[in-house]
Design a binder for this molecule. Structure first.
Ligand SMILES: [Zn+2]
Length: 829
């Protein structure tokens, strides 16, 4: 899913206090307040076993289930309804005997008694258009019109599966039990390890209106289309009952679907027959099996042309789509798609779609050729024509470098009512253009960035989690965090001048805030999903790559993770272990700090001391001490007496004086010179060499004092600034905080001529340090702004002058037209 979508769903500015000290490393280890930030994660990670190895790779007895689906589905456009029959083959590769199977019934989430609906709090986080707090202060609470629309839609429509019947291979009914969004099927006889069971299932449901319920799929209605009654775009996902995952580490993953935590599924092969109105264009997971039945010869020819085209070729042009959406038909066509080794299946259908395509030759032996395609209505316009398919190809180029070749024959982007959502080979993306009065369509810079960013993000999901099949229901960060990290790489390779939002500097205000839970929190319980599961883990990985490991080690380890878990099911520990094992760097402190705590980064540099090595020669050292003494400022008392021309008693009585008036306390005696000589004589030859060299070199010894105010231990990126105008970068690994996590000093030695004038920690803002001002020594004056403003005299209520306002004339549409004409003639002049 797309972060922006969530930003839309969530509203800002809820003050929620959390205490999050869930980390094992918070356990006290000494009597004092010392805390070991480097405790080894073996204490908290699951014990390795034959299914999941200590190396972070699949163990020698790793297994996963396989589920194949054959589905025949019919879209009833008038009723906005799906009816289908599916034949399921379930292969039990586990070592367990299964008496029952669990399936997911996501459509049941829209029952008003579902946990999702009944369990939604008023004015809570995670609801589109939420209300502000009710009552008490005399002000009304708020309900958005969007929220009212949702409530009305749920009240007016019969939602969830209203047809649901399961039969065994002998066509006899199997006992089923519906538990919210879950379905248990009791098998006729237990399914032994290695065995397969086949069953058939009828299902049907009314499709939700995506704009009303925000469901990741559904229909969108276009009432203004030329066709009588308008047209719809149908996006179908989470539409067929799917097998829950059954795994070595959790058994059945039958945690209720409440909307946030997405899906975890089994891989399998699909044959799907989709019957839709004959004038619809269908985009779907998989490869079209029967182009001769559903495409014209011109369309097939254009598809062929697109294979080697430099820019996307239209299979259905804008003009053809516009013509198409005027009519309608009572006839239907059946599109047949096949997909191998996918974890889900989604599709889209509409007579509004134009369709462009461009081949991508990625080489390699697994999938040398991929067809990139986009489907969009006129509302997508020029924005989509230019960028959607190109962004698909760019994504594959970048992601494959970090993981593996794009593994499927098609990669598609479909414009519909969903802001951004991913399925195998197909993604739903929301950006649109705006129709202007002159008939043209324009788009804002933000819509353009949204389109490029969201297509890259959602196509990126086809790698994570569609192929690297992590458990989204549990850990949103495992797909969104990794994917956001990579989409930012791809986005910045597209155009780095755009602030894509995952640079460490953008996560600092969230990391300071009190609406945090550790990244390692189950998806539905996360307070702010956007920063917690997208930006923070993405920023963390960015830091790991650019700051901690360096690109070579990081990229090697990340690729190893991707390839180890391609078409398999990794857990967080598999990721942590692989990254550590393949890079050869102990990262336990990093995972602990970033993923298991709510600490933030704030390293402050609070003092720099310059030390000079004593020569031990009293004639030199005493003179230096005299200089230091003379450099001290004179007190006001003495200064003012001198300015007043006052003479001291000593000055007035020069005839009364002694030895101490001639010699100060730094005067050197032979007693000290003898001591120095005997010190030199007492040194062994190597000691003498070392000492004399150190004195001769007369290096600068600087002690720099750091405080860790944020709690998160991090490497210190230190920039030294010298008097000669040069700069030098030094890297202090995080391990400096090992024995003293809050306060450390570091000795920095420079050549005599390299006089230090300043130090800066993290000068490029690459560690998510929340306060860059305390990263400088000496501190600087902070540039900021002030704005003059005019104060308002009257209080809000007093401004309503009814006596005057009652005279106001009621505005009509004619007034509006007149005003518009006036402004047009002004422009012409
Ligand atoms: Zn996403």
């Amino acid at each position: 899913m797309n972060n922006r979508n969530f930003r839309r769903l969530l509203t800002l500015a809820f003050a929620i206090t959390v205490s999050a000290t869930a980390s094992a490393s918070a356990v006290k280890q000494t009597k004092g307040d010392f805390e070991d930030k480097f405790r080894q994660m073996e204490e908290i990670l699951p014990t390795p076993n034959v299914y999941r190895a200590a190396t972070g790779e699949p163990g020698e007895k790793y297994w996963q289930q396989k589920v194949d689906y054959k589905i025949k589905v019919k879209l009833n456009e008038e009723k906005r309804r799906l009816d289908a029959t599916q034949n399921i083959t379930y292969k039990n590769n586990s070592p367990h005997t299964l008496k029952y199977l669990w399936m997911q019934l996501e459509q049941n989430k829209y029952h008003d008694d579902s946990i999702a609906e009944a369990g939604t709090a008023f004015a809570g986080i995670g609801r589109r258009g939420p209300a502000t707090s009710a009552g008490g202060n005399g002000k009304p609470a708020r309900l958005s019109l969007g929220e009212l629309r949702r409530q009305q839609f749920l009240a007016d429509n019969e939602l969830g599966y209203d047809v649901l019947a399961v039969r065994n291979s002998k066509d006899r009914p199997l006992k089923i039990t519906v538990v919210g969004t879950n379905l248990r099927i009791d098998l006729d006889r237990p399914l032994k390890p290695g065995k397969t069971v086949e069953f058939e299932m009828d299902f049907g449901f009314n499709i939700v209106e995506e704009d009303a319920v925000s469901a990741r799929a559904g229909y969108e209605h276009f009432p203004d289309d030329a066709r009588e009654g308008g047209n719809d775009i149908f996006l179908l996902a989470q539409w067929f009952p799917r097998l829950h995952a059954f795994t070595d580490y959790e058994g059945w993953h039958n945690k209720e679907f409440i909307g946030r935590g997405e899906f975890t599924l089994e891989f399998g092969d699909y044959e799907v027959e989709i019957t839709v109105p004959a004038d619809h264009i269908v985009s779907s997971t998989g490869v079209l099996d029967n182009p001769r039945d559903v495409l014209t010869s011109t369309q097939r020819k254009r598809l062929e042309e697109a294979k080697n085209a430099k820019r996307p070729v239209f299979v259905v042009t804008a003009e053809e789509a516009l013509e198409n959406e005027k009519e309608g038909t009572t006839k239907s066509k059946t599109w047949r798609f096949e997909a191998e080794n996918v974890r889900d299946f989604a599709w889209a259908s509409s007579r509004k779609f134009m369709w462009d395509a461009k081949g991508y030759d990625q080489g390699g032996k697994d999938q040398p050729f991929v067809m990139a395609m986009s489907f969009y209505p006129k509302e997508g316009g020029d924005l989509w024509k230019k960028y959607s398919t190109e962004a698909i190809v760019h994504t594959m180029e970048v992601y494959s470098r970090f993981s593996f070749d794009y593994p499927y024959p098609t990669a598609q982007s479909v414009n519909g009512p969903v802001g951004g959502m991913e399925y195998p080979m197909i993604t739903f993306n929301g950006p649109r253009t705006k129709l202007q009065d002159d008939g043209s369509r324009t788009y804002t810079q933000a819509e353009k960035r949204f389109l490029i960013g969201v297509v890259i993000h959602e196509i990126g999901h086809i790698y994570f989690p569609m192929v690297v099949n992590s458990d989204e229901r549990q850990w949103t960060w495992m797909d969104e965090g990794l994917n956001s990290f990579l989409d930012a790489v791809a986005c910045r390779e597209w155009d780095p001048t755009i602030p894509w939002g995952v640079e460490p500097r953008y996560i600092t205000s969230y990391m300071k805030s009190n609406v945090q839970v550790p990244i390692m929190t189950q998806s539905d319980s996360v307070l702010r999903l956007g920063p917690n599961a997208y930006s923070k883990p993405a920023a963390a990985l960015n830091i790991l790559r650019e700051v901690v490991l360096g690109r070579e080690l990081f990229d090697y380890a990340f690729k190893e993770y991707s390839q180890r878990w391609k078409y398999k099911r990794p857990t967080p520990s598999d990721f942590f272990r692989t990254m550590e094992e393949a890079s050869g760097v102990d990262l336990d402190w990093f995972w602990t700090g970033w993923f298991y705590t709510t600490d933030h980064v704030d390293i402050s540099v609070d003092g720099v001391y310059k030390l000079r090595m004593d020569t031990k020669n009293p004639d030199i050292d005493m003179a230096r001490m005299r200089d230091i003494e003379n450099d001290k400022p004179q007190a006001l008392f003495l200064k003012k007496n001198q300015e007043a021309g006052m003479k001291t008693w000593l000055e007035s009585n020069p005839d009364v004086s002694d030895f101490y008036d001639e010699n100060d306390r730094f005067t050197v005696t032979n007693k000290e010179r003898n001591k120095y000589n005997s010190f030199l004589k007492g040194l062994k030859p190597w000691e003498k060499r070392v000492f004399e060299r150190a004195v001769a070199e007369d290096k600068n010894y600087y002690v720099i004092e750091f405080n860790n105010l944020g709690g998160l231990v991090m490497p210190i990126l230190l920039q030294l600034e010298y008097a000669d105008g040069t700069k030098e970068d030094r890297y202090i690994p995080a391990e400096i905080w090992r024995r003293s996590p809050k306060h450390v000093k570091k000795l920095v030695v420079t050549d005599k001529e390299k006089e230090l004038v300043g130090v800066v920690v993290d000068p490029t803002w690459d560690t998510a340090d929340v306060n860059n001002e305390n990263n400088m020594y000496p501190r600087r004056i902070i540039p900021s702004r002030v704005e003059a403003y005019k104060s308002k005299r009257s209080a809000t209520g007093a401004s309503r002058d009814i006596m005057q306002d009652i005279k106001t004339k009621l505005k009509t549409d004619e007034d509006k037209d007149k005003k518009k004409k006036e402004s047009e003639s002004e422009t012409e002049a």
